[in-house]
Each structure stands twice: as structure tokens, then as C-alpha cells.
Design a protein around this ligand. Sequence first.
Ligand code: TYM
Length: 334
Amino acid sequence: MEQQKKTILSGVQPSGQLTIGNYLGALRNWDMLQDEYDCLYCVVDLHAITVRQNPAELRRRTLETLAIYIACGLDPQKNTLFVQSHVPAHAELSWVLGCYTMFGELSRMTQFKDKSLKNAQNVNAGLFTYPVLMAADILLYQADLVPVGIDQKQHIELARDIAERFNAAYSPTFTVPEPYMPKAGAKIMSLSEPEKKMSKSDDNPGAAIYLNDSRDDIIRKFKRAVTDSEMLIKYDTDRMGIANLMNIYSCFTGKDHSEIEREFDGKGYAEFKLAVGEACADGLKPIQEKFAMLLENKDELEKIMISGAERANYLARKTLSKVYRKVGFYQVKS
Ligand code: TYM
């Protein structure tokens, strides 16, 4: 009864090595939803070029990101996994939606402001219209839910506004999507500057735990994580270093904050950091093993990409032709 299922869409940019932020904020929740929903997950390579990419690396990371999706538990039989540039309707709808998005709205996007500061020498138009393309990703598939970390919430709110505006101007065309954010893990912070989010594009490799970091690296990075001098393992959002480590530990062990406080009552930061590192390394191990296995069979990954794009193209075309008809583009029967 596939038609009755609600639809989910989400994506990750292949713009760097994925971190535990991407995993805990997004990917980890995706596989929990695969039985209840019709799920589409794309590797958003069009978005990635808003920042300069090395072409060979972008190609490699696109394949690796697809492999990570599967290694994190997404079954390619149950989920539609595809690459954004394999479905031209994303770029096509993005143009149309851009004409229903205001300059002022895009200027208010915090990610645009942050990225413009970080890439001051390359504040390109794509960086500015990035959220419109993201709205197209979501609206093309009539997605009901979009599972993401907190940093993407503002973009989803804009996608909702664009959908509502278009629906009001014509007639109901798009499903208005809802964000879906995990209770724990929606915002994993940097290990070196805990007031900043952990990011795959951070210049300091010690700030993030990458999904393919070795056990030793993981434990070493947690050991060096910035905390404070209070020596108290108690959840307090004013002490982001410790709060972040507690969140990460909670995500990997399933223990809540008060259980963690009891477990480490009277114990030191060194012991706690080691426990966090071990829990994280243990949690990532099966993903790393599966990832390595999947990459040995590139043909199989490409087959998954092809069949994912086939279904995505079919669904996306249906929405796009509806949109073209509504806005008044001349259509001829071929
Ligand atoms: P991206 O590639 O930056 O991140 C992918 C997903 O990981 C989440 N995330 C985090 N969650 C918690 N803590 C963190 N430190 C952290 N860092 C990243 C993000 O919220 C995201 O869910 N614009 C999107 C990609 C995108 C998309 C879409 C997402 C393009 N089209 C359509 C959903 C639907 C992005 O840059 O994600």
C-alpha cells in the first residue's frame, strides 16, 4: 500500500567527510523511519558546488556518501537513494520557485550569512539561492517530513512559505513539509569550540569526529575536547563543552542525562571523556565495516544510484509538469 504512506525526503552534501553531527542529527534517524514512510534520500551534489570543490574529490565523495547511507542502515530496497544531479527536475523546479522567493527572505538565512563570511572571496549567486534548490528537493516529492538537524530548520521554514505561497497563488500543488528533528543529537557541537556546531568543512580536523576516524583518533580527539575547569559532570547548557559530550554519550548509549550524571558522580573528566570516546568508537565500528565492504563493489553502488534516479525522476516529473501547467508554460503533446 505504498501510496498511503507519507513521504520523507532528506539529503547530505558530499562536500567533506561526514561527521558524527551528520550521523546523530540526521542519518541515524533515517533508518528508523524506513518502514513507516516512503523515503527518498539524495546526495545533494548540486548544493555542494556552492563552495569550490575539487572535481575528482566531489565524484569520490558522492559515491562514498551513498555508501554511508547504506552503511548507516538504509536498505536500498526500501528507500529511494539517488544523486541530485541525476534528476534534472531539481534544477528546473528551483528556477520556478526562485520566482516565488523574495530577495529579503534569502538575505535573512543564517547559513548564507555564515557561509558568506567563511567564503568571502566566493559569495556566489548559488550560495544565495541555495535554500530555493533545497525547497525544490523537498517539494518535488511532496514530502510530508524532512528529517534534519536544527541548522536546517530555517531552510525548511522557507520551503513551507514557498509552498504555501505557490499553493495560494494557483491551487494546492505542493504538500507543506514539516521538519523532523531528533530529541538528542539535533545539534552536535565542535569539540574544540563548543559554542560552534560540528561541521564537515571545519579547517581543524580535531574539532570533528569523522565517521571513518580510527578508534585511536576518536579517543584522542575526545580526550582533547574543550571543556571547563569546573570538574563537574552535570548537564548545563551554559557549559556547552560538557553538555555536548553528554549529548554525544547519550546518543551512543541511550542513557539520559540524569543516568549519565549518576554514572560519573565523583569521577573526573578524563574518565568521562574516555567513556564517550569508547562509546562513539563502538557505535561507529559496524558502520565503518559495512562502508568498507560496500566500497569494494562500486558496480553495485552504481546500480543503486541508477534505479534510485529512475524512480526519483518519475516522481519529480509528475510534480514538475503540474507546476509548468499551473504557471502557464505552453505544453505540446509529443
Ligand atoms: P549538510 O550536508 O550540512 O548536513 C546533512 C545533515 O546533517 C545535519 N547536521 C547536523 N546535525 C546535528 N549536529 C550537527 N553538528 C550537524 N551538522 C549537520 C544537517 O542538519 C543535515 O540534516 N542543506 C542541507 C542538505 C540538503 C537537504 C535538502 C536536507 C539539501 N537539500 C533537502 C534536507 C532536505 C545541508 O547542507 O546538510
